[in-house]
Design a protein around this ligand. Sequence first.
Ligand code: CA2
Length: 151
Amino acid sequence: MNAIHVLNGPNLNLLGAREPELYGDATLAAIEARLAAVCDSHGIALHFRQSNHEGDLVTWVQNAGLAGEPVILNAGAYTHTSIALQDAIKGAKTKVIEVHLSNVHAREPFRHHSYISPVAQGVILGFGALSYDLALEALLAGAGPSESRRK
Ligand code: CA2
């Protein structure tokens, strides 16, 4: 694995500035710095990005797929709305791990459905900024279902 992409969706640029009771007080820059240190120590490039635009996320997923590089994706509110992102992940020949800061299942019903989960390798949510570290750890460990448990 030469590179990992961490892609963040709408409003996540505001992390740390507002709603700390929901999302914690870490900024996106602080999360990036922590993940960069881990990636550095493994000789892996980290591409850490945020956009408020759905199409940017779609393009970045496509590009990661073309490069065969794994993705950690917090699609923000697009998680609950974006068929385009689901299609991009389906078409991308690479692993995508879905992450969320908050436990979306303990929140409003409209956050209980994810278009990402059915096409993600796995989902990590509810651990605040640590969700990202756990996703990175899973990628570095090459985590996946064992052959005997795979459908
Ligand atoms: O828990 C998560 O990580 C979410 O992806 C965050 C999204 C939300 O729409 C998803 O349902 C769950 C919202 C990100 C908004 O982030 C803000 C951070 C600080 C202040 C305002 C918004």
